[in-house]
Design a protein around this ligand. Structure first.
Ligand SMILES: [Ca+2]
Ligand SMILES: [Ca+2]
Length: 277
Protein backbone atom coordinates (compact mmCIF):
# COMPACT_ATOMS: atom_id res chain seq x y z
CA UNK A 1 0.00 0.00 0.00
CA UNK A 2 2.73 2.43 0.95
CA UNK A 3 4.54 1.41 -2.27
CA UNK A 4 1.49 2.48 -4.29
CA UNK A 5 1.39 5.81 -2.50
CA UNK A 6 5.09 6.37 -3.06
CA UNK A 7 4.64 5.54 -6.74
CA UNK A 8 1.86 8.08 -7.12
CA UNK A 9 3.72 10.83 -5.36
CA UNK A 10 6.84 10.32 -7.47
CA UNK A 11 4.71 10.54 -10.64
CA UNK A 12 3.22 13.72 -9.27
CA UNK A 13 6.68 15.15 -8.53
CA UNK A 14 8.00 14.38 -12.02
CA UNK A 15 4.88 15.92 -13.58
CA UNK A 16 5.46 19.05 -11.54
CA UNK A 17 9.12 19.05 -12.70
CA UNK A 18 8.08 18.80 -16.34
CA UNK A 19 5.49 21.56 -16.00
CA UNK A 20 8.01 23.79 -14.20
CA UNK A 21 10.54 23.11 -16.96
CA UNK A 22 7.90 23.90 -19.57
CA UNK A 23 7.18 27.23 -17.89
CA UNK A 24 10.88 28.06 -17.59
CA UNK A 25 11.92 27.05 -21.08
CA UNK A 26 8.73 27.54 -23.01
CA UNK A 27 8.35 24.13 -24.58
CA UNK A 28 5.39 21.80 -24.63
CA UNK A 29 5.97 18.83 -22.33
CA UNK A 30 5.76 15.69 -24.48
CA UNK A 31 6.63 12.51 -22.61
CA UNK A 32 10.06 12.13 -21.02
CA UNK A 33 11.88 13.72 -23.98
CA UNK A 34 10.50 17.03 -22.72
CA UNK A 35 13.13 17.18 -19.99
CA UNK A 36 15.92 17.63 -22.58
CA UNK A 37 16.36 21.10 -24.00
CA UNK A 38 18.59 23.09 -26.31
CA UNK A 39 21.53 24.17 -24.09
CA UNK A 40 21.12 27.73 -25.40
CA UNK A 41 17.87 27.89 -23.46
CA UNK A 42 19.65 26.96 -20.25
CA UNK A 43 22.30 29.59 -21.00
CA UNK A 44 19.66 32.23 -21.67
CA UNK A 45 17.91 31.45 -18.39
CA UNK A 46 21.04 32.37 -16.38
CA UNK A 47 21.12 35.88 -14.93
CA UNK A 48 23.73 38.10 -16.59
CA UNK A 49 25.62 40.17 -14.08
CA UNK A 50 29.03 41.65 -13.50
CA UNK A 51 31.00 39.75 -10.91
CA UNK A 52 31.91 40.42 -7.33
CA UNK A 53 35.66 40.89 -7.34
CA UNK A 54 36.66 40.69 -3.72
CA UNK A 55 36.10 38.81 -0.51
CA UNK A 56 36.96 35.36 -1.88
CA UNK A 57 39.05 32.95 0.07
CA UNK A 58 39.35 29.23 -0.62
CA UNK A 59 38.94 28.65 3.11
CA UNK A 60 35.33 29.87 2.85
CA UNK A 61 34.49 26.64 1.01
CA UNK A 62 35.06 23.68 3.24
CA UNK A 63 35.85 20.85 0.82
CA UNK A 64 36.58 17.15 0.67
CA UNK A 65 34.15 16.64 3.51
CA UNK A 66 32.07 13.53 4.13
CA UNK A 67 28.61 15.07 4.02
CA UNK A 68 26.78 11.76 3.64
CA UNK A 69 28.76 10.31 6.58
CA UNK A 70 29.61 7.07 4.81
CA UNK A 71 33.26 7.29 5.83
CA UNK A 72 34.54 8.34 2.37
CA UNK A 73 35.45 11.95 1.68
CA UNK A 74 34.31 13.77 -1.46
CA UNK A 75 37.64 13.34 -3.27
CA UNK A 76 37.47 9.58 -2.73
CA UNK A 77 33.83 9.46 -3.83
CA UNK A 78 34.55 11.34 -7.06
CA UNK A 79 37.49 9.04 -7.84
CA UNK A 80 35.13 6.08 -7.37
CA UNK A 81 32.45 7.62 -9.61
CA UNK A 82 34.85 8.78 -12.31
CA UNK A 83 36.92 5.64 -12.73
CA UNK A 84 36.73 3.97 -16.14
CA UNK A 85 37.90 0.68 -14.61
CA UNK A 86 38.88 -0.77 -11.23
CA UNK A 87 37.19 -2.30 -8.21
CA UNK A 88 36.06 -0.41 -5.15
CA UNK A 89 37.43 -1.51 -1.80
CA UNK A 90 36.18 0.63 1.06
CA UNK A 91 36.86 4.20 -0.07
CA UNK A 92 39.65 3.27 -2.48
CA UNK A 93 39.76 2.08 -6.06
CA UNK A 94 41.95 -0.97 -6.70
CA UNK A 95 43.56 -1.29 -10.16
CA UNK A 96 41.78 1.90 -11.15
CA UNK A 97 42.11 3.93 -14.31
CA UNK A 98 40.95 7.48 -14.98
CA UNK A 99 40.77 9.59 -18.14
CA UNK A 100 40.89 13.37 -18.02
CA UNK A 101 38.20 14.92 -20.23
CA UNK A 102 40.13 18.18 -20.64
CA UNK A 103 43.21 16.72 -22.31
CA UNK A 104 42.58 13.00 -22.82
CA UNK A 105 45.41 12.07 -20.43
CA UNK A 106 44.88 8.80 -18.60
CA UNK A 107 46.37 7.49 -15.38
CA UNK A 108 46.35 4.44 -13.16
CA UNK A 109 47.68 6.51 -10.25
CA UNK A 110 44.91 8.67 -8.83
CA UNK A 111 47.36 10.98 -7.09
CA UNK A 112 48.21 12.33 -10.57
CA UNK A 113 44.66 13.63 -10.85
CA UNK A 114 42.92 16.57 -9.23
CA UNK A 115 39.24 16.78 -8.43
CA UNK A 116 38.11 19.81 -10.37
CA UNK A 117 35.27 22.03 -9.22
CA UNK A 118 33.87 22.40 -12.71
CA UNK A 119 32.82 25.96 -11.96
CA UNK A 120 35.81 26.94 -9.81
CA UNK A 121 35.21 28.04 -6.23
CA UNK A 122 36.36 31.58 -6.96
CA UNK A 123 34.20 31.84 -10.08
CA UNK A 124 31.25 30.55 -8.03
CA UNK A 125 31.95 33.12 -5.33
CA UNK A 126 32.19 35.95 -7.85
CA UNK A 127 28.99 34.92 -9.59
CA UNK A 128 26.72 34.60 -6.58
CA UNK A 129 28.14 32.29 -3.90
CA UNK A 130 29.32 35.30 -1.90
CA UNK A 131 25.71 35.55 -0.73
CA UNK A 132 25.54 31.99 0.57
CA UNK A 133 25.74 30.73 4.08
CA UNK A 134 28.58 28.45 5.14
CA UNK A 135 26.51 25.27 4.77
CA UNK A 136 25.57 26.10 1.17
CA UNK A 137 29.19 26.84 0.32
CA UNK A 138 30.19 23.50 1.79
CA UNK A 139 27.48 21.65 -0.16
CA UNK A 140 28.66 23.36 -3.33
CA UNK A 141 32.29 22.40 -2.72
CA UNK A 142 31.27 18.77 -2.12
CA UNK A 143 28.43 18.42 -4.63
CA UNK A 144 27.87 14.74 -5.37
CA UNK A 145 24.26 15.37 -6.42
CA UNK A 146 25.08 16.25 -10.02
CA UNK A 147 27.63 14.24 -11.97
CA UNK A 148 29.00 17.30 -13.79
CA UNK A 149 29.84 19.36 -10.70
CA UNK A 150 33.06 17.56 -9.73
CA UNK A 151 35.26 15.63 -12.12
CA UNK A 152 38.64 13.92 -11.95
CA UNK A 153 41.12 15.48 -14.39
CA UNK A 154 44.87 15.58 -14.88
CA UNK A 155 46.52 17.84 -12.35
CA UNK A 156 48.22 19.79 -15.15
CA UNK A 157 44.93 20.59 -16.94
CA UNK A 158 43.25 21.55 -13.68
CA UNK A 159 46.07 23.94 -12.84
CA UNK A 160 46.08 25.38 -16.33
CA UNK A 161 42.36 26.11 -15.99
CA UNK A 162 42.78 27.62 -12.51
CA UNK A 163 39.87 29.87 -11.56
CA UNK A 164 39.20 30.96 -15.13
CA UNK A 165 35.84 30.99 -16.89
CA UNK A 166 35.11 30.04 -20.55
CA UNK A 167 35.95 33.55 -21.79
CA UNK A 168 39.44 33.02 -20.35
CA UNK A 169 40.16 29.31 -20.68
CA UNK A 170 38.82 26.39 -22.71
CA UNK A 171 40.09 22.84 -23.04
CA UNK A 172 41.57 21.80 -26.39
CA UNK A 173 38.96 19.09 -26.76
CA UNK A 174 35.34 18.35 -25.81
CA UNK A 175 34.30 22.01 -25.86
CA UNK A 176 30.59 21.29 -26.31
CA UNK A 177 30.68 19.05 -23.30
CA UNK A 178 32.65 21.68 -21.42
CA UNK A 179 30.15 24.44 -22.14
CA UNK A 180 27.17 22.26 -21.26
CA UNK A 181 28.70 21.17 -17.97
CA UNK A 182 29.54 24.78 -17.17
CA UNK A 183 26.01 26.09 -17.69
CA UNK A 184 24.60 22.97 -16.03
CA UNK A 185 26.45 23.73 -12.81
CA UNK A 186 25.64 27.44 -12.98
CA UNK A 187 21.95 26.64 -13.52
CA UNK A 188 21.89 24.09 -10.73
CA UNK A 189 23.32 26.60 -8.26
CA UNK A 190 21.56 29.71 -9.61
CA UNK A 191 24.83 31.43 -10.43
CA UNK A 192 25.13 34.29 -12.89
CA UNK A 193 27.30 34.66 -15.99
CA UNK A 194 29.16 37.82 -16.94
CA UNK A 195 28.65 39.14 -20.46
CA UNK A 196 32.03 38.03 -21.88
CA UNK A 197 31.56 34.57 -20.45
CA UNK A 198 28.08 34.40 -21.95
CA UNK A 199 29.33 35.40 -25.41
CA UNK A 200 31.99 32.72 -25.30
CA UNK A 201 29.47 30.06 -24.23
CA UNK A 202 27.03 31.23 -26.87
CA UNK A 203 29.67 30.79 -29.60
CA UNK A 204 30.52 27.27 -28.49
CA UNK A 205 26.92 26.15 -27.99
CA UNK A 206 25.89 27.44 -31.44
CA UNK A 207 27.92 24.53 -32.85
CA UNK A 208 26.60 21.89 -30.46
CA UNK A 209 23.68 19.89 -31.73
CA UNK A 210 22.96 17.72 -28.71
CA UNK A 211 20.28 18.68 -26.27
CA UNK A 212 20.88 18.43 -22.55
CA UNK A 213 18.92 17.39 -19.51
CA UNK A 214 17.68 20.16 -17.28
CA UNK A 215 19.96 19.99 -14.23
CA UNK A 216 18.36 19.34 -10.85
CA UNK A 217 18.36 22.50 -8.77
CA UNK A 218 20.36 22.59 -5.56
CA UNK A 219 18.89 24.40 -2.60
CA UNK A 220 20.81 27.50 -1.63
CA UNK A 221 20.60 29.55 1.52
CA UNK A 222 21.67 33.13 1.80
CA UNK A 223 23.79 33.96 4.83
CA UNK A 224 21.73 35.07 7.79
CA UNK A 225 21.96 38.80 7.84
CA UNK A 226 21.40 39.90 11.38
CA UNK A 227 20.63 43.57 11.47
CA UNK A 228 22.65 45.07 14.29
CA UNK A 229 20.73 46.67 17.11
CA UNK A 230 20.95 50.45 17.15
CA UNK A 231 23.58 52.13 19.25
CA UNK A 232 26.22 49.43 19.09
CA UNK A 233 29.59 50.57 17.92
CA UNK A 234 30.07 47.64 15.54
CA UNK A 235 27.58 48.31 12.78
CA UNK A 236 28.85 45.71 10.34
CA UNK A 237 26.55 42.72 10.07
CA UNK A 238 27.85 41.49 6.76
CA UNK A 239 28.44 37.83 7.65
CA UNK A 240 31.74 37.80 5.80
CA UNK A 241 33.25 40.58 7.85
CA UNK A 242 33.24 41.45 11.51
CA UNK A 243 32.95 45.15 10.93
CA UNK A 244 32.12 47.67 8.23
CA UNK A 245 35.76 48.73 8.28
CA UNK A 246 36.83 45.19 7.36
CA UNK A 247 34.26 45.10 4.56
CA UNK A 248 35.48 48.39 3.11
CA UNK A 249 39.11 47.27 3.43
CA UNK A 250 38.23 44.18 1.39
CA UNK A 251 37.00 46.44 -1.39
CA UNK A 252 33.26 46.49 -0.74
CA UNK A 253 31.14 49.59 -0.67
CA UNK A 254 30.31 52.40 -0.78
CA UNK A 255 27.09 51.16 0.70
CA UNK A 256 24.16 53.26 -0.34
CA UNK A 257 20.87 52.66 1.36
CA UNK A 258 18.07 51.63 -0.94
CA UNK A 259 20.17 51.28 -4.07
CA UNK A 260 21.44 47.81 -3.39
CA UNK A 261 19.39 45.45 -1.27
CA UNK A 262 22.42 43.26 -0.63
CA UNK A 263 23.65 45.90 1.80
CA UNK A 264 20.34 46.32 3.57
CA UNK A 265 21.71 44.93 6.83
CA UNK A 266 23.76 48.02 7.46
CA UNK A 267 22.26 50.75 9.56
CA UNK A 268 22.10 54.34 8.36
CA UNK A 269 22.31 55.99 11.74
CA UNK A 270 22.56 59.60 10.57
CA UNK A 271 20.02 59.01 7.76
CA UNK A 272 22.13 60.53 5.03
CA UNK A 273 21.63 57.60 2.69
CA UNK A 274 25.14 56.28 3.17
CA UNK A 275 25.37 53.25 5.43
CA UNK A 276 28.39 51.70 7.07
CA UNK A 277 30.37 54.94 7.45
CA1 LIG B 1 31.01 10.48 1.83
CA1 LIG C 1 32.70 34.65 -15.07
Amino acid sequence: MSGVLRGRSSVRISLVAVVMAALTFGFAPVGSAATKVDPIRILNSLPVSSEATSGYSRALFSHWSDLDADGCDTREEVLIQERVSGQVSGCKVVNGKWVSQFDGVSTTNSSNFDIDHFVPLKEAWDSGAWRWDRGTRQRYANDLGYALSLIAVSASSNRSKGARDPAQWLPNQNRCRYAKSWIGVKFRWRLSVDSREKRSLDRILANCSERMKIPPRASTKTATLTAPSGGTSQAGADPRFGTCGAAIKAGFGPYLKGTDSQYSWYIDRDRDGVVCE
